[in-house]
Design a protein around this ligand. Sequence first.
Ligand code: PHE
Length: 446
Amino acid sequence: MNATLERWGSRRAFILAVTGAAVGLGNIWRFPYITGENGGAAFLLLYIAFVLLLGLPVMMAEILIGRAGRRSPMLSLGHLATAAGASAHWRWLGLFGAFTVFCILSFYSVVSGWSIEFLVTSINGGFVGATPAEVGAGFEAFLGDPARMTFNHTLFLAMTMLVVAAGVAKGLERLNNLLMPLLYVLLLLLAGYAATTEGFAPALAWLFRPDLAAITPLVVMHAMGHAFFTLAVGACALMAYGAYMPEQQSLPRAAGAVAVLDVAVALLAGIAIFSVVFAQGMDPGEGPGLMFVTLPIAFAELPWGALWLSVFFLLLLLATWTSSINLAEPMVATLQGAGMRRGPAAAAVGVAVWLVGLLSVLSFSTLAEWRPLFGMNVFDLVTTIPTEIFLPVGGLLIAIFAAWVMRREEARAALGVGEAGFRLWQGVVRWVSIPLAFVVLIAGLL
Ligand code: PHE
């Protein structure tokens, strides 16, 4: 089987691939709006704490399992469980992960389609001279047009599944090499511009001066879910990438680098976006449209604004592309593990995700008032439940598997560290990450 043989070309390629998976809508689109809805700095503080105490150690656990198993997530889990004398039922965790990424990809593709729309509008000069009200109205009109949204969703998903069908390592390495550095340069530039606006000081205060009274069990749960989402942890997606990890590489170092790069993107995007929000007197709790209405306004003020805006949406699109490829990988790997060929597996996943994605498309028009569960429409459901419940539950089980179930020697070798390093990692996962995830989940759900 392919997956047992292929390897990322180098250590750098592995770090870039995982960063490519991590950096995406979570950092640039979801982070600002969810921070805006949850009180700013207090949320940011919690999110960073969760990245350190939970996201990072569990990311290591997840990649380690893939690396030790060298198979699709389901097969790796089953194989390692049996080798440790535990139940082969652990493999169902791989299927649960595939279900989680299925739900996530169904809206991820739709929202990434919004970037396609904005990219095209921006290239055509559609935002030149537009007032904030006009940008907002244009976005609303687009959301109310299912045909245009479906077109973009279809295009984006096709782009994703083509790369996945071609085999991950080959398709991704080059793209990541080019894209990631460019994205940082552009975000730095944007944050630099934000520093010259009058919204900058209030944006910094909003992001970095926490009001601890704003912390409720629900805010804590949102922060935990977001930490998992942004790091791409908890759905066995990184486990699928771990299977391709080179032999001689320290996993903690790679994971640490990814987490730093990931949080940096979120902070830069947050600074840029909230500076506009405050400069324009907008509402930080505006919701999922926040990035889409603020950035065209910000860029409009810059010289060559339309050009920069187009470059930005292009980079965002590429960043979401590398993430969605990672989202699709565990599903395709699972089908492949069950004996399907890669091409047909990618096609089957693509069609299924496309169909369910239509429900998200229609959540802004025809089905806006259809609320099948918890009073939420489909878009609200798929953007909340998988991230805030499925990822943490998956992450919790992944952590338990790596730190309590797997054979110690196997886990240590796959982590790629010495005895002391392994003890530290295992201690943190056993006594900090697992109890923390458990308590927050229970408290949030009650
Ligand atoms: N981390 C990605 C983002 O921030 C989303 C993702 C979640 C990818 C889970 C893979 C698995 O956009």
